[in-house]
Design a protein around this ligand. Sequence first.
Ligand code: ADP
Ligand code: MG
Length: 696
Amino acid sequence: MTSVLDTKIEFLKGVGPSRANLLRKELGIAIYGDLLNHMPFRYADRSKVGTIRDIDLESNYVVLKGRLGVCNIVTSGRNARLSAYLGDGTGTIELVWFKGLKWLKDSLKPGQEYLVMGRPTLFNNHINIAHPEMEPLQYAGSQRPYIPVYSTTERLRTSGLGPKGIAHLMETLLESVRGKIEESLPTELTNQMQLPPREAAYRAVHFPTDMSEANNAMRRFKFEELFWLQLRGLYNKAMRQMASRGNLFGTVGGLFNQFYREKLPFELTSAQKRVIKEIREDMRSGHQMNRLLQGDVGSGKTMVALMTMLIACDNGFQCCLMAPTEILAKQHYDNICRQTDGLGLRVELLTGSVGVARKRKIKEALETGEVNILIGTHALIEPDVKFKRLGYVVVDEQHRFGVEQRSMLWRKSDIPPHVLVMTATPIPRTLSMTVYGDLDCSIIDELPPGRKPIKTVHKTDAARLAVFDFLRSQIAEGRQIYIVYPLINESEKSDLKDLMDGYESISRAFPMPHYQLSIVHGKMKADVKEYEMERFKKGIANIMVSTTVIEVGVDVPNATVMMIENAERFGLSQLHQLRGRVGRGGSQSYCILMTKEELSYASKERIATMVKSNDGFVIAEADLRLRGPGDIEGLQQSGAMQLHTANLTTDGDILRSAHQAAQEILDSDPALQHPSNKMLHDRIENEAQIEWGKIS
Ligand code: ADP
Ligand code: MG
């Protein structure tokens, strides 16, 4: 079905081929619909006309009414500007333009009355307004109370499409499509959500009669955008789930039960029990599981992984556990070997540093099915790693493990294995609903009992001696300490130098043989790294000096202090991850954030958030607020970033209602087959075809 909104923009009166070209290049506006979706970013309130005498330099926008004096092009050196004076009886003010001088000079009419809008600035001791928006009062008088202000570009301005020019086009467009804009949401939905109809909403958002009308209209567009995003995501997920066969793990058998009775070293928390149950339900549904497990650092995700892997083994399947670093893979391997000792399982470790001969042996044993649990790094998803019967894959500490990587796993067996992705970097709910909409989500929201909240403090170099004294007192009590340096980029020489300089000064403050230090960084050979790691794990080394390779997963319960150097250089989620390395035993733990004296606003906020809160979800929300979704790693390419009107940071409420509305519709009609849902179904299927068109 074609809509009037698909009409090419050049056919709009006042546009024509050359302006159409510019609009497309500069603002991506190609059709009527694009123009309508170019929303004002502000409204000038005509009723709030100020006087020149009372201009407040603090205000970033003023509306003035006055008579225009002579306009002159003034040249000084190589620069030229157009200068004009506006007087309103209380004073005069200079208006200046630096671009499009000729065209402007011709179009401005000295002696006439204008409405002038713009930002006042102080220049050479008098106030002026650069590039104001001008509206002849003879038109303005009869008109609307609010003037929409649109973003535009220099090139558009010079061809008459400044904010005012665009407003004028918008007016023409709304007039020419009057009564022809179809509704795009089901009426029940707009009624239920109390949203204005589409055409009315376009009119209200561009030319509101009051601000509540504009806000309401804006809410409709945001809701609509998020609703489609949610409906599409949930619908695709449901369709895929219906279509995908999954390995059926029908029984909880001997291995699981024996482990539970004889091996489990502690009582599971109720959150762990609940999550194991959720996974268990998925595993016996006959459909493939795609689940994200979020749980704060130290919440005991590994045990969930292990116990659910035992279910896979019980049903005769192989499984693998994938970790982001070799250190972490090795640690998982050691723990799991220890914990499953005597169960008769073969557990193997496969990482980049395993020798060729050993690797070949492991691969053979995988193909014959002798290996039950394979642990490793990304080396696991290489195509030459083949399984006899892979049923279940756990991916640790990597919510960035995207659809693409998951699909590499699917190719490893006829029926795709169940996938559990575990992350300790909580994802704000708004993001998990949009970006990770294709995953089911489980949350461990409870720490094992007996943990004392970590005390976090912020210190600067002035306090360094006192901090070192404190470290000595902790070591005297038999505790261990991490000191971490930022190594943002492993190839940055200066970062590595920071670490080595730091290491030296720490060795002077904590001299041998009284103190033992370990050092770990990404440039080390794996065996050296492991040696240093072991010294710390075994309690031989009192202090571990390292880069962020220590960030994820490492588990040394006797470590009670995490000292982070140049903490202002780390992001919030990284700081939280690092802090999670301590507080794992019964003793009081500490996190010391060292920074320089002078901090930027954002750094201050990050540090303050860390000092204030231990809750990963609170920290994730703060992170999103401080950085905005566009800067969150791994999200740039996602659909959530291509939002046009809605904003995930501020429109969480609208997102939640859009999500709920989409969910309710699909709950009662999963395949959107009901006649009343035809409009929804058609649009989604239609979009899917467009998507595929783009890919192939
Ligand atoms: P994370 O969720 O950060 O991966 P881990 O799985 O490494 O956390 O668990 C952190 C520590 O808590 C480990 O030493 C683990 O043995 C311990 N642990 C896990 N579950 C429990 C529990 N229910 N009770 C007591 N300790 C637990
Ligand atoms: Mg972990």
